[in-house]
Structure formats: C-alpha cells, structure tokens
Design a protein around this ligand. Structure first.
Ligand SMILES: Cc1cc2nc3c(=O)[nH]c(=O)nc-3n(C[C@H](O)[C@H](O)[C@H](O)COP(=O)(O)O)c2cc1C
Length: 187
C-alpha cells in the first residue's frame, strides 16, 4: 500500500461525503439504499438521507409508521445503508443499529422543519404497500404526524471501497472500544 494512503483521512472524507449527500439533492449519496431484514430475508429500498452526525455516528431518514420497514426494524434493528458515487467511484456500506422516533421530541422537531408538501406524504389514508384500486393514490388531506417516523441509525461499521484502474482500494472501519478501528481489506 502506498505510503500516502491514510485511513483517518479516508474516514473523514467518507463522513464529509455523507454530509454533502444529505445537504445536496443532486449528490449521489442523497438517495442511498437502506436494507433491513424481514421475514422473507433481505429487504432493500431507496430512501432520502435526512441527517448525518459524524460525532454520534448517526444517519437518519424519514418514513411512514405503517410501512413494512418499520415492522422489520422493530423485529431486527440492524440496518445497512448502501451509497455509490459514480463520479468518485466510491462505494460506502454503512451498517448499524436503528432506532425509531415516533411522536417524540426528535420526530416533532423534524416534522416542524418539514414543508407542507413533504408532510402531505404521511397523510394518505392507505398504508404504504396496501392494495388499492387507484394507481395514483396521492397525498392525503390528514395531518400525517401520527404516521411520521424518523429512522436514526447508529453506525458501527463502514466499508469503504474505491474503484481504480490501477487497482481497487478498500478499508473497513469498525467501532470498537469507543473509537473507529480502521483496517485495509482486500477489495
Ligand atoms: C428516490 C426515492 C426516494 C425515496 N425516499 C424514501 C424515504 O425517504 N422514505 C421512505 O420511507 N420511502 C422512500 N422511498 C420509497 C421506498 O423506496 C419504498 O418504496 C417505500 O418506502 C416502501 O418500502 P417498504 O415497503 O420496504 O417499507 C423513496 C423512493 C425513491 C425512488
């Protein structure tokens, strides 16, 4: 491994890229894939990255209380977030334990910061995934706060992969003894 590769710098750059992804809708990290474990095995879906906190090792997204992913996380709180930036050729696989905020101070603060348009998604009468006669079921007129959930995930593993023509580079960061332990691993 070349001397100028630095695990600490890679970890810091990874958190910065996540922060950019959260702040900019055009950034490829804005819409990660969130994977959970359901009765039928792995379940993956796109979500919007809503917050990033490197100090607390936390990523969050918003969802509907009635969506299957909430029940899945209640049954098995481990979650994995998958990010890929085609421009920088960096993939991040972030794994951790998810907590659910519903009708609590965290949920209320997020709800109050949301636009009416975003809030409307949570007011639809039908639960996400419910069978409907109407393909265009749109946002409902109800308030929706009762259905609003923040999924807040505390990471304990970050798998960083850089694709390069000269040879791929990969590092694994694990949260151990209250700090990130970084290791080079085979790509
Ligand atoms: C670009 C994009 C962003 C999405 N963002 C979210 C989101 O932030 N939260 C969410 O619950 N679903 C989001 N969805 C919908 C999910 O991918 C999924 O279809 C829905 O949440 C149902 O998932 P579930 O049945 O696994 O619970 C998004 C879909 C797309 C295509």
């Amino acid at each position: 491994m070349a001397a100028d590769w630095n695990l600490d710098a890679i970890l810091q750059a990874a958190w910065e890229a996540l922060q950019h992804g959260c702040e900019r809708a055009s950034h490829p990290f804005h819409t990660p894939v969130l994977a959970t474990v359901g009765d039928d095995g792995a379940q993956a879906r796109t979500v919007v990255l809503r917050s990033v906190d490197g100090v607390r090792r936390m990523l969050s997204c918003h969802t509907d209380l009635r969506s299957p992913k909430v029940a899945e996380l209640r049954g098995a709180p481990r979650a994995s977030w998958l990010f890929y930036d085609r421009a920088s050729c960096v993939q991040l696989r972030c794994t951790g334990t998810a907590g659910l905020h519903h009708d609590d101070p965290v949920a209320l603060e997020r709800w109050q910061a949301m636009s009416p348009r975003s809030r409307a998604c949570y007011g639809q009468a039908l639960a996400p995934g419910a069978v409907s006669d109407d393909p265009g079921v749109g946002p409902g007129s109800r308030d929706g706060y009762e259905n609003f959930v923040v999924i807040a995930c505390t990471l304990d593993r970050i798998d960083w992969l850089l694709l390069r023509e000269q040879g791929h580079v990969r590092a694994l960061f694990s949260w151990q003894a209250r700090k990130w332990q970084g290791d080079w691993i085979a790509p």
